[in-house]
Design a protein around this ligand. Structure first.
Ligand SMILES: [Fe+2]
Ligand SMILES: [Fe+2]
Length: 474
């Protein structure tokens, strides 16, 4: 079904034929806009931003580009097309037809998953709301706003499901999604990473690379769901999510490229000298990476989880790209899990595969994270610089699961707590690292110009030149 833009809420779910639902969502819409005005991007309401808006949900030509003032963005409800005769792809009901409604017995579990996913979307907008003031270029400013409006749309995606399938509970939860706020002492966002401040663009790119990628894997798991409207919603969200990770990956790549240029110019790898030339030294980048990667690992949940097991058994949440596996039921399969042995070493536990689904997803995520790291390291190597960026072990600095609060070094080797505390400043951004990175954050808003600490992108948006005026005074 094509997207209807003539309605107050653009949609491809035939909203006009369900007046009750339409009214409920039209009631929520001004609250969303209020939230956007108070906690969305600070300033820039009047600017014309060169944004992409969804116009269709098929693989080709689903976006149109043009100048939009952000508060006028057409947030809507878009589901990927139905797959005819789609069957449940995993769990106890494997091979049976998918569901158009939520079975009563799974309602609470579905609602919790949808609320948790929905909560992350506005959270990231809140986390990034001040970044516009320190953009390194108009190109980046536009990308930030593109990500922000799409996270707003992802909130709409989850709110639609809550309103359409969860009755009064769902409507209440939709209100709560606007009542919790990132970093709020009384009503924080649900997941830890989404309460961390994002105060500089280095963090923004790393968040895009690591945390939006967690989003990708959560959405991939939910896109397998037996509850078909959820699966279709997530499938479409994934097409938008890809751009967020692109912004992250290319952002970090450009930071590295600029650093390598500076190192060549001044002929040293001394971090202080590099900093004096307004570039980010690679050890600082590594410490920032350690922070965002480890924080994002926790988002997958505990290694062993009975919740994950029931979600899988009941067809609620599958594995990312379920089709890559042979066994979709996993009734007897097991998983070898590395756990702390309580005496400062690593032991292996054999657990039922279904209970290890969080860890399975986390492992595929880590593999995906490695692709960009490899690319960055190639650039470093090509420049003749002896430095390698590395992802820390999934055992390092965890707050959730088997390795929570177990002191290890970044390679994942258990070490005494005292040594961990002592060495942590070398592994995570220090106060002075943060002060330095903040000192670089000065706005550059002349078309085509870049801040000193970042190289220009290879190309502009939608085949436009890099020096296009992607954001202009309204
Ligand atoms: Fe999102
Ligand atoms: Fe995202």
């Amino acid at each position: 079904m094509s997207i209807n833009y003539s309605e107050r809420i653009p949609n491809n779910v035939d909203l006009a034929h369900d007046r009750t639902l339409q009214r409920a969502l039209e009631h929520w819409q001004p609250r969303f806009l209020d939230w956007w005005r108070t906690l969305g991007p600070h300033d820039f309401e009047a600017n014309d931003v060169y944004l992409r808006t969804a116009v269709g949900v098929d693989a080709q030509g689903w976006a149109s580009y043009g100048y939009v003032k952000m508060p006028d963005y057409r947030w809507g409800i878009f589901l990927a097309d139905e797959i005819p005769d789609r069957k449940i792809g995993f769990g106890d009901a494997f091979g049976q037809p998918v569901w158009r409604q939520v079975p009563g017995e799974f309602r609470a579990q579905f609602r919790r998953l949808i609320v948790t996913q929905g909560d992350t979307e506005p959270a990231s907008v809140e986390q990034q709301r001040l970044l516009g003031h320190t953009c390194p270029s108009l190109y980046d400013l536009r990308n930030l706003f593109q990500v922000n409006v799409e996270e707003g749309r992802h909130l709409w995606a989850m709110v639609y499901l809550l309103h359409a399938y969860f009755g009064r509970d769902g409507r209440e939860q939709a209100e709560e999604l606007l009542a919790r706020h990132s970093g709020d002492a009384d009503k924080p966002r649900i997941l830890g990473t989404f309460n961390e401040p994002i105060e500089d663009w280095l963090s923004f790119y790393l968040f895009g690379y690591f945390t939006d990628r967690d989003g990708k894997f959560q959405l991939k798991s939910l896109a397998e769901s037996a509850f078909d409207p959820l699966a279709r919603t997530c499938r479409f969200m994934l097409t938008e999510e890809a751009h967020h990770m692109f912004v992250g990956e290319t952002g970090i790549g450009r930071v590295i490229r600029r650093t390598l240029e500076v190192m060549k110019e001044i002929g040293t790898d001394d971090p202080e000298a590099i900093r004096r030339h307004s570039a980010v030294d690679l050890p600082t980048l590594q410490r920032y990476l350690n922070f965002w990667f480890t924080s994002s690992l926790d988002l997958f949940g505990s290694e062993v989880s009975s919740n994950a097991a029931t979600a899988f058994a009941n067809g609620i949440k599958g594995r990312p790209d379920e089709s890559q596996y042979d066994d979709h039921v996993c009734a007897d399969a097991t998983f070898a899990l590395e756990v702390p042995d309580g005496r400062g070493s690593i032991a292996t536990d054999t657990v039922p595969m279904r209970n290890a689904m969080n860890e399975v997803a986390r492992n595929t995520y880590v593999k995906d994270c490695e692709i960009g790291v490899k690319r960055w390291n190639m650039a470093i190597k090509r420049a003749g610089v002896d430095f390698e960026i590395a992802l820390p072990s999934t055992r390092f600095r965890r707050s959730i699961g088997a390795w929570a609060d177990v002191p290890t070094d970044p390679a994942g080797t258990p070490i005494p707590r005292e040594a961990y505390e002592r060495r942590l400043p070398a592994w995570l951004p220090s106060e002075s690292d943060r002060a330095f990175v903040h000192s670089l954050m000065r706005p550059v808003r002349e078309p085509g110009k870049m801040a000193a600490w970042i190289a220009p992108p290879d190309r502009g948006i939608n085949n436009l030149p890099v020096d296009y005026e992607y954001v202009r005074a309204g």
